[in-house]
Write a protein that binds this ligand. Structure first.
Ligand SMILES: Nc1ncnc2c1ncn2[C@@H]1O[C@H](COP(=O)(O)OP(=O)(O)OP(=O)(O)O)[C@@H](O)[C@H]1O
Length: 212
């Protein structure tokens, strides 16, 4: 369970997260929406322990991700909005993920295959030379293969073609029913049929929180 209490984050004098309270139960599929600059990515960074907030608390299964990030990250995977410009080859990136998270290479390869990306064909390529959609597929496959209890996705389908998007959604529907999934997206249609809760943010506040 993710438990967020009275979380406030400011950048300079600008309040980005405004005394936010939010509980996400195990197994929930949550979409976080809101206009550009509403604070969605900032909230995700805070959950991942990447950002120290000014006040309030976050607990992930009773672990504070700022104090014990390594332990908190055992339960969390993350697919970022902007893939990092890594010089590592796809194979090296997979090896890194395997060594740091006990992921199985066959799992990664299978998810890539399901998303129509051939590991055989692409594994020697530097990650930064892949197309935007291919990068996204690699990051999605790495996150899914970790099989962590909670997976956070920041605009995961933004670079995917319609077929890959459908395949991604089908994988989540068939294999990740019991996981906690948290998406940031501007479009409900992107994650329709998966999410059961929609949260809308505006200027650092939760302005709507509804079951769907
Ligand atoms: N490191 C930073 N330093 C200063 N301001 C920041 C920083 N990171 C984010 N902000 C500001 O915080 C606000 C919220 O940004 P955030 O990225 O959380 O928005 P978002 O809801 O994810 O937007 P988008 O839909 O555009 O991705 C913005 O006004 C942004 O300029």
């Amino acid at each position: 369970m993710i438990k967020i209490e009275n979380l406030t984050k400011k950048f300079g004098s600008q309040i980005i997260l405004n005394n936010l309270n939010l509980n996400i139960q195990d197994g929930q599929k949550v979409l976080i929406m809101g206009q550009n600059g509403a604070g969605k990515s900032t909230l995700m960074k805070a959950i991942l322990g990447e950002l120290i907030c000014d006040s309030g608390s976050i607990l992930i299964d009773n672990i504070n991700p700022i104090i014990d990030r390594k332990n908190a990250l055992r339960y969390l995977s993350f697919v970022p909005q902007t893939p990092p410009p890594l010089k590592l080859s796809v194979a090296q990136l997979c090896e890194y993920s395997i060594s740091s998270t006990q992921t199985d290479l066959n799992n990664i390869i299978n998810y890539l295959k399901e998303l129509d990306l051939s590991y055989e064909k692409e594994h020697k390529k530097p990650f930064y030379k892949l197309s935007g959609g291919m990068k996204q597929k690699v990051l999605i496959a790495l996150a899914l293969a970790r099989d962590s209890k909670t997976i956070l996705f920041d605009e995961p389908t933004a670079n995917l073609d319609p077929q890959a998007r459908e395949k991604f959604i089908n994988i989540l529907k068939s294999k990740f029913q019991s996981h906690t999934l948290i998406f940031i997206s501007h479009r409900v249609s992107e994650v329709q049929g998966i999410v059961n809760r929609v949260i809308e943010m505006d200027l650092g506040n939760i302005i709507k929180d509804s079951e769907v």
